[in-house]
Design a protein around this ligand. Structure first.
Ligand SMILES: NC(=O)c1ccc[n+]([C@@H]2O[C@H](COP(=O)([O-])OP(=O)(O)OC[C@H]3O[C@@H](n4cnc5c(N)ncnc54)[C@H](OP(=O)(O)O)[C@@H]3O)[C@@H](O)[C@H]2O)c1
Length: 341
Protein backbone atom coordinates (compact mmCIF):
# COMPACT_ATOMS: atom_id res chain seq x y z
CA UNK A 1 0.00 0.00 0.00
CA UNK A 2 2.79 2.37 0.94
CA UNK A 3 4.59 1.63 -2.29
CA UNK A 4 1.51 2.29 -4.40
CA UNK A 5 0.76 5.55 -2.68
CA UNK A 6 4.28 6.89 -2.97
CA UNK A 7 4.66 6.03 -6.60
CA UNK A 8 1.55 8.03 -7.44
CA UNK A 9 3.76 11.14 -7.03
CA UNK A 10 4.01 12.00 -10.67
CA UNK A 11 6.67 14.25 -12.14
CA UNK A 12 4.96 17.30 -13.55
CA UNK A 13 6.66 19.23 -16.28
CA UNK A 14 7.97 21.87 -13.93
CA UNK A 15 10.64 20.84 -11.56
CA UNK A 16 9.32 23.08 -8.83
CA UNK A 17 5.81 21.66 -8.89
CA UNK A 18 7.30 18.21 -8.58
CA UNK A 19 9.16 19.43 -5.51
CA UNK A 20 6.03 21.04 -4.10
CA UNK A 21 4.26 17.71 -4.38
CA UNK A 22 7.10 15.89 -2.68
CA UNK A 23 7.14 18.28 0.25
CA UNK A 24 3.41 18.43 0.88
CA UNK A 25 3.04 16.19 3.91
CA UNK A 26 -0.32 17.57 4.98
CA UNK A 27 -1.98 16.96 1.64
CA UNK A 28 -5.02 14.73 2.21
CA UNK A 29 -4.54 12.78 -1.02
CA UNK A 30 -0.76 12.36 -0.89
CA UNK A 31 0.34 10.91 2.45
CA UNK A 32 3.78 11.69 3.81
CA UNK A 33 6.00 8.64 4.30
CA UNK A 34 5.50 9.00 8.06
CA UNK A 35 1.75 9.14 7.64
CA UNK A 36 1.93 6.06 5.45
CA UNK A 37 4.01 4.27 8.08
CA UNK A 38 1.51 5.07 10.79
CA UNK A 39 -1.26 3.63 8.67
CA UNK A 40 0.72 0.46 8.25
CA UNK A 41 1.16 -0.32 11.97
CA UNK A 42 -1.78 -2.47 13.06
CA UNK A 43 -2.36 -4.29 16.37
CA UNK A 44 -1.63 -7.99 16.34
CA UNK A 45 -1.79 -10.89 18.77
CA UNK A 46 1.96 -11.25 18.53
CA UNK A 47 2.97 -7.62 18.70
CA UNK A 48 6.71 -8.00 18.76
CA UNK A 49 7.27 -10.28 15.82
CA UNK A 50 4.42 -9.06 13.61
CA UNK A 51 4.87 -5.34 14.23
CA UNK A 52 8.61 -5.61 13.88
CA UNK A 53 8.38 -7.36 10.55
CA UNK A 54 5.72 -4.98 9.32
CA UNK A 55 7.72 -1.97 10.44
CA UNK A 56 10.86 -3.29 8.73
CA UNK A 57 9.14 -3.99 5.46
CA UNK A 58 7.42 -0.60 5.61
CA UNK A 59 10.73 1.16 6.14
CA UNK A 60 12.34 -0.71 3.29
CA UNK A 61 9.39 0.01 1.00
CA UNK A 62 9.58 3.67 1.97
CA UNK A 63 13.34 3.78 1.47
CA UNK A 64 13.20 2.20 -1.95
CA UNK A 65 10.30 4.45 -2.93
CA UNK A 66 12.26 7.48 -1.83
CA UNK A 67 15.26 6.30 -3.82
CA UNK A 68 13.09 5.75 -6.87
CA UNK A 69 11.64 9.25 -6.46
CA UNK A 70 15.10 10.79 -6.14
CA UNK A 71 16.29 8.94 -9.25
CA UNK A 72 13.19 10.00 -11.17
CA UNK A 73 13.66 13.61 -10.04
CA UNK A 74 17.32 13.60 -11.12
CA UNK A 75 16.38 12.24 -14.55
CA UNK A 76 13.55 14.75 -14.86
CA UNK A 77 15.91 17.65 -14.16
CA UNK A 78 18.04 16.57 -17.11
CA UNK A 79 15.07 16.32 -19.46
CA UNK A 80 15.77 17.89 -22.85
CA UNK A 81 19.11 19.27 -21.68
CA UNK A 82 22.35 19.52 -23.58
CA UNK A 83 25.53 18.80 -21.64
CA UNK A 84 29.06 19.60 -22.82
CA UNK A 85 31.93 17.66 -21.27
CA UNK A 86 35.52 18.60 -22.05
CA UNK A 87 38.20 15.94 -21.75
CA UNK A 88 35.60 13.22 -22.25
CA UNK A 89 37.93 10.74 -23.98
CA UNK A 90 39.21 9.18 -20.75
CA UNK A 91 39.11 9.15 -16.95
CA UNK A 92 36.70 11.44 -15.14
CA UNK A 93 35.26 13.02 -18.30
CA UNK A 94 34.50 9.67 -19.86
CA UNK A 95 32.86 8.37 -16.68
CA UNK A 96 30.85 11.60 -16.39
CA UNK A 97 29.43 11.01 -19.87
CA UNK A 98 28.27 7.51 -18.87
CA UNK A 99 26.91 8.76 -15.54
CA UNK A 100 24.78 11.45 -17.21
CA UNK A 101 23.50 8.91 -19.74
CA UNK A 102 22.68 6.33 -17.06
CA UNK A 103 20.92 8.94 -14.92
CA UNK A 104 18.61 10.08 -17.74
CA UNK A 105 18.56 7.35 -20.38
CA UNK A 106 15.11 8.23 -21.77
CA UNK A 107 14.75 11.97 -21.31
CA UNK A 108 15.91 13.55 -24.55
CA UNK A 109 19.35 14.19 -23.07
CA UNK A 110 22.08 15.34 -25.46
CA UNK A 111 25.76 14.91 -24.65
CA UNK A 112 28.48 16.79 -26.49
CA UNK A 113 31.74 15.00 -25.79
CA UNK A 114 34.93 16.86 -26.57
CA UNK A 115 38.63 16.03 -26.50
CA UNK A 116 41.53 15.70 -28.94
CA UNK A 117 41.25 11.90 -29.32
CA UNK A 118 38.08 11.82 -31.36
CA UNK A 119 38.21 8.06 -31.99
CA UNK A 120 37.90 7.44 -28.26
CA UNK A 121 34.92 9.83 -28.19
CA UNK A 122 33.25 7.98 -31.06
CA UNK A 123 33.64 4.70 -29.20
CA UNK A 124 32.08 6.19 -26.07
CA UNK A 125 29.22 7.60 -28.17
CA UNK A 126 28.60 4.16 -29.67
CA UNK A 127 28.69 2.50 -26.24
CA UNK A 128 26.23 5.02 -24.78
CA UNK A 129 23.91 4.67 -27.79
CA UNK A 130 23.95 0.91 -27.32
CA UNK A 131 23.45 1.05 -23.57
CA UNK A 132 20.57 3.53 -23.73
CA UNK A 133 19.08 2.06 -26.88
CA UNK A 134 19.52 5.41 -28.60
CA UNK A 135 17.77 7.23 -25.73
CA UNK A 136 20.70 9.61 -25.26
CA UNK A 137 22.03 11.54 -28.25
CA UNK A 138 25.81 11.88 -28.28
CA UNK A 139 27.88 14.20 -30.43
CA UNK A 140 31.64 13.60 -30.40
CA UNK A 141 33.56 16.80 -31.21
CA UNK A 142 37.29 17.10 -31.65
CA UNK A 143 38.38 20.07 -29.59
CA UNK A 144 41.72 21.14 -28.19
CA UNK A 145 40.79 23.49 -25.36
CA UNK A 146 44.32 24.88 -25.27
CA UNK A 147 43.69 26.44 -28.68
CA UNK A 148 41.78 29.73 -28.27
CA UNK A 149 40.86 29.64 -31.99
CA UNK A 150 39.28 26.19 -31.71
CA UNK A 151 37.37 27.18 -28.59
CA UNK A 152 36.15 30.40 -30.23
CA UNK A 153 34.68 28.38 -33.11
CA UNK A 154 33.22 25.66 -30.88
CA UNK A 155 29.60 26.80 -30.48
CA UNK A 156 29.29 28.11 -34.04
CA UNK A 157 30.59 24.78 -35.34
CA UNK A 158 27.85 22.78 -33.62
CA UNK A 159 24.75 21.76 -35.56
CA UNK A 160 21.96 24.24 -34.76
CA UNK A 161 19.96 21.81 -32.61
CA UNK A 162 23.00 21.19 -30.35
CA UNK A 163 23.71 24.82 -29.46
CA UNK A 164 21.21 25.22 -26.61
CA UNK A 165 23.72 24.16 -23.95
CA UNK A 166 22.54 23.82 -20.34
CA UNK A 167 25.50 22.25 -18.54
CA UNK A 168 29.21 22.79 -19.14
CA UNK A 169 31.58 20.38 -17.42
CA UNK A 170 35.05 21.91 -17.63
CA UNK A 171 37.01 18.75 -16.99
CA UNK A 172 39.87 18.72 -19.54
CA UNK A 173 43.16 19.06 -17.73
CA UNK A 174 46.59 17.60 -17.31
CA UNK A 175 49.80 17.63 -15.36
CA UNK A 176 53.26 17.37 -16.85
CA UNK A 177 56.25 16.18 -14.84
CA UNK A 178 57.35 16.73 -11.27
CA UNK A 179 60.10 19.25 -11.92
CA UNK A 180 60.90 21.89 -9.33
CA UNK A 181 61.98 25.45 -10.03
CA UNK A 182 64.34 26.33 -11.65
CA UNK A 183 64.14 23.12 -13.71
CA UNK A 184 60.56 23.44 -14.98
CA UNK A 185 60.35 23.10 -18.76
CA UNK A 186 58.78 26.08 -20.42
CA UNK A 187 56.69 23.84 -22.71
CA UNK A 188 55.21 21.97 -19.75
CA UNK A 189 54.42 25.23 -18.03
CA UNK A 190 52.69 26.61 -21.12
CA UNK A 191 50.64 23.49 -21.88
CA UNK A 192 49.37 23.22 -18.30
CA UNK A 193 48.29 26.86 -18.16
CA UNK A 194 46.85 26.82 -21.69
CA UNK A 195 44.78 23.70 -20.97
CA UNK A 196 43.82 23.91 -17.31
CA UNK A 197 43.36 27.67 -17.00
CA UNK A 198 43.00 29.51 -20.31
CA UNK A 199 41.16 26.59 -21.88
CA UNK A 200 38.67 26.41 -19.01
CA UNK A 201 38.12 30.17 -19.00
CA UNK A 202 37.74 30.34 -22.79
CA UNK A 203 35.20 27.48 -22.76
CA UNK A 204 33.25 29.24 -20.03
CA UNK A 205 33.26 32.49 -21.98
CA UNK A 206 31.89 30.91 -25.16
CA UNK A 207 29.12 29.02 -23.38
CA UNK A 208 28.04 31.66 -20.85
CA UNK A 209 26.23 33.90 -23.37
CA UNK A 210 23.92 30.94 -24.11
CA UNK A 211 23.12 30.65 -20.40
CA UNK A 212 22.68 34.39 -19.96
CA UNK A 213 20.19 34.64 -22.83
CA UNK A 214 17.67 32.63 -20.77
CA UNK A 215 14.94 34.38 -18.76
CA UNK A 216 15.35 35.65 -15.19
CA UNK A 217 18.95 36.67 -15.67
CA UNK A 218 19.95 33.39 -17.32
CA UNK A 219 20.31 29.75 -16.32
CA UNK A 220 22.74 26.87 -16.70
CA UNK A 221 25.49 25.04 -14.86
CA UNK A 222 29.22 25.60 -15.02
CA UNK A 223 30.92 22.66 -13.34
CA UNK A 224 34.67 23.05 -12.99
CA UNK A 225 36.89 20.12 -12.10
CA UNK A 226 39.58 21.50 -9.82
CA UNK A 227 41.84 19.50 -7.53
CA UNK A 228 43.15 19.19 -4.00
CA UNK A 229 46.27 20.65 -5.67
CA UNK A 230 44.43 23.96 -6.02
CA UNK A 231 43.98 24.13 -2.25
CA UNK A 232 47.28 22.72 -1.12
CA UNK A 233 50.40 23.25 -3.25
CA UNK A 234 53.13 20.63 -3.00
CA UNK A 235 56.79 20.42 -4.08
CA UNK A 236 57.12 19.18 -7.65
CA UNK A 237 53.63 20.45 -8.50
CA UNK A 238 54.39 24.16 -8.69
CA UNK A 239 52.72 24.74 -12.05
CA UNK A 240 49.89 22.21 -11.83
CA UNK A 241 48.97 23.46 -8.34
CA UNK A 242 49.09 27.06 -9.58
CA UNK A 243 46.74 26.20 -12.46
CA UNK A 244 44.23 24.55 -10.14
CA UNK A 245 44.45 27.45 -7.68
CA UNK A 246 43.63 29.68 -10.65
CA UNK A 247 40.62 27.48 -11.46
CA UNK A 248 39.46 27.86 -7.88
CA UNK A 249 39.88 31.61 -7.95
CA UNK A 250 38.12 31.99 -11.31
CA UNK A 251 35.27 29.74 -10.15
CA UNK A 252 34.67 31.77 -7.00
CA UNK A 253 34.82 35.03 -8.94
CA UNK A 254 32.34 33.71 -11.48
CA UNK A 255 29.88 32.66 -8.79
CA UNK A 256 30.00 36.16 -7.36
CA UNK A 257 29.69 37.84 -10.76
CA UNK A 258 26.65 35.73 -11.64
CA UNK A 259 24.89 36.19 -8.32
CA UNK A 260 21.83 37.85 -9.90
CA UNK A 261 21.30 34.99 -12.37
CA UNK A 262 20.13 31.42 -12.10
CA UNK A 263 23.49 30.17 -13.37
CA UNK A 264 25.04 27.72 -10.92
CA UNK A 265 28.80 27.72 -10.55
CA UNK A 266 30.07 24.47 -9.11
CA UNK A 267 33.54 23.18 -8.31
CA UNK A 268 34.45 19.56 -7.73
CA UNK A 269 37.95 18.97 -6.36
CA UNK A 270 39.15 15.36 -6.52
CA UNK A 271 41.93 13.90 -4.46
CA UNK A 272 43.69 10.83 -5.79
CA UNK A 273 41.84 9.22 -8.70
CA UNK A 274 43.26 6.43 -10.85
CA UNK A 275 42.97 7.52 -14.49
CA UNK A 276 45.44 8.28 -17.27
CA UNK A 277 46.43 11.38 -15.28
CA UNK A 278 49.68 9.95 -13.86
CA UNK A 279 50.53 8.27 -17.15
CA UNK A 280 50.35 11.70 -18.80
CA UNK A 281 52.37 13.22 -15.95
CA UNK A 282 55.19 10.71 -16.52
CA UNK A 283 54.98 10.87 -20.35
CA UNK A 284 53.61 7.35 -20.70
CA UNK A 285 55.97 5.66 -18.18
CA UNK A 286 53.54 3.11 -16.70
CA UNK A 287 55.90 1.91 -13.97
CA UNK A 288 56.22 5.45 -12.61
CA UNK A 289 52.46 6.03 -12.93
CA UNK A 290 51.67 2.79 -11.08
CA UNK A 291 54.01 3.81 -8.25
CA UNK A 292 51.71 6.77 -7.48
CA UNK A 293 48.95 4.36 -6.47
CA UNK A 294 51.16 1.76 -4.76
CA UNK A 295 49.65 0.59 -1.48
CA UNK A 296 46.67 2.90 -1.98
CA UNK A 297 43.08 2.37 -2.91
CA UNK A 298 42.45 5.43 -5.10
CA UNK A 299 39.09 6.80 -6.15
CA UNK A 300 37.71 5.63 -9.45
CA UNK A 301 36.67 8.16 -12.11
CA UNK A 302 33.10 6.94 -11.55
CA UNK A 303 33.29 8.23 -7.97
CA UNK A 304 33.91 11.75 -9.23
CA UNK A 305 31.39 11.39 -12.07
CA UNK A 306 28.70 10.62 -9.48
CA UNK A 307 29.48 13.85 -7.64
CA UNK A 308 29.39 15.89 -10.86
CA UNK A 309 26.03 14.46 -11.92
CA UNK A 310 24.64 14.75 -8.39
CA UNK A 311 25.48 18.46 -8.43
CA UNK A 312 23.88 18.91 -11.86
CA UNK A 313 20.67 17.19 -10.84
CA UNK A 314 19.76 19.10 -7.67
CA UNK A 315 16.83 21.52 -7.58
CA UNK A 316 17.73 24.70 -9.40
CA UNK A 317 17.95 26.58 -6.12
CA UNK A 318 20.58 24.20 -4.76
CA UNK A 319 24.21 24.94 -5.61
CA UNK A 320 26.72 22.29 -4.59
CA UNK A 321 29.26 25.08 -4.69
CA UNK A 322 32.36 23.27 -3.55
CA UNK A 323 33.33 19.69 -2.86
CA UNK A 324 36.59 17.99 -1.95
CA UNK A 325 36.57 14.25 -2.55
CA UNK A 326 39.25 11.98 -1.09
CA UNK A 327 39.69 8.25 -0.98
CA UNK A 328 39.69 6.97 2.58
CA UNK A 329 43.47 6.77 2.92
CA UNK A 330 44.05 10.39 1.90
CA UNK A 331 43.94 13.39 4.22
CA UNK A 332 45.75 16.05 2.17
CA UNK A 333 47.71 16.37 -1.07
CA UNK A 334 50.65 14.49 0.41
CA UNK A 335 49.28 12.69 3.47
CA UNK A 336 48.45 9.19 2.25
CA UNK A 337 48.33 6.00 4.18
CA UNK A 338 50.10 3.35 2.12
CA UNK A 339 49.75 -0.29 2.99
CA UNK A 340 52.97 -2.25 2.85
CA UNK A 341 52.75 -5.95 2.03
N1 LIG B 1 43.29 11.79 -11.56
C1 LIG B 1 43.49 12.53 -10.48
O1 LIG B 1 44.06 12.09 -9.49
C2 LIG B 1 42.95 13.94 -10.45
C3 LIG B 1 42.94 14.59 -9.23
C4 LIG B 1 42.45 15.88 -9.15
C5 LIG B 1 41.98 16.50 -10.29
N2 LIG B 1 42.03 15.86 -11.48
C6 LIG B 1 41.54 16.59 -12.66
O2 LIG B 1 40.53 15.84 -13.29
C7 LIG B 1 40.45 16.21 -14.65
C8 LIG B 1 40.37 14.97 -15.52
O3 LIG B 1 41.57 14.25 -15.38
P1 LIG B 1 41.61 12.66 -15.34
O4 LIG B 1 42.12 12.29 -14.01
O5 LIG B 1 40.35 12.09 -15.80
O6 LIG B 1 42.81 12.39 -16.37
P2 LIG B 1 42.84 11.72 -17.81
O7 LIG B 1 42.32 10.35 -17.77
O8 LIG B 1 44.23 11.94 -18.30
O9 LIG B 1 41.82 12.62 -18.65
C9 LIG B 1 42.16 13.92 -19.05
C10 LIG B 1 41.24 14.34 -20.16
O10 LIG B 1 41.56 15.68 -20.54
C11 LIG B 1 41.67 15.73 -21.95
N3 LIG B 1 42.59 16.77 -22.37
C12 LIG B 1 43.87 16.98 -22.02
N4 LIG B 1 44.38 18.02 -22.70
C13 LIG B 1 43.38 18.49 -23.50
C14 LIG B 1 43.28 19.53 -24.43
N5 LIG B 1 44.31 20.34 -24.71
N6 LIG B 1 42.11 19.72 -25.08
C15 LIG B 1 41.06 18.92 -24.82
N7 LIG B 1 41.08 17.90 -23.96
C16 LIG B 1 42.24 17.69 -23.30
C17 LIG B 1 42.14 14.36 -22.37
O11 LIG B 1 41.68 14.08 -23.69
P3 LIG B 1 42.60 14.05 -24.99
O12 LIG B 1 43.97 13.62 -24.59
O13 LIG B 1 41.90 13.08 -25.89
O14 LIG B 1 42.55 15.45 -25.54
C18 LIG B 1 41.37 13.48 -21.39
O15 LIG B 1 40.10 13.17 -21.90
C19 LIG B 1 41.66 17.11 -14.92
O16 LIG B 1 41.25 18.46 -14.92
C20 LIG B 1 42.56 16.83 -13.74
O17 LIG B 1 43.40 17.92 -13.44
C21 LIG B 1 42.48 14.59 -11.59
Amino acid sequence: MVHTQLTTYTCTHHDTSYERQRHRPSSPDIPSPRHAQQQQVTPSPSPFSFSFRTHTSTISATTSSRRAMATAAAAKRLEGKTVVITGASSGIGRSTAFEFARTAPRHGLRLILTARRVDALKQIAADIAKETDGGVAVLPVRLDVSSPEEVRGFVGGLPEEWRDIHVLVNNAGLVKGVAKAPEIAEDDMNVMFATNVTGLINMTQVVLPIFLARPDGGAGDVINVGSIAGREPYPGGGIYCATKAAVRSFTETLRKELIATRVRVIEVDPGQVETEFSLVRFSGDKAKADKVYEGCDPLTPEDIAEVVVFAATRRENVVVADTLVFPNHQASALIMHRKTS
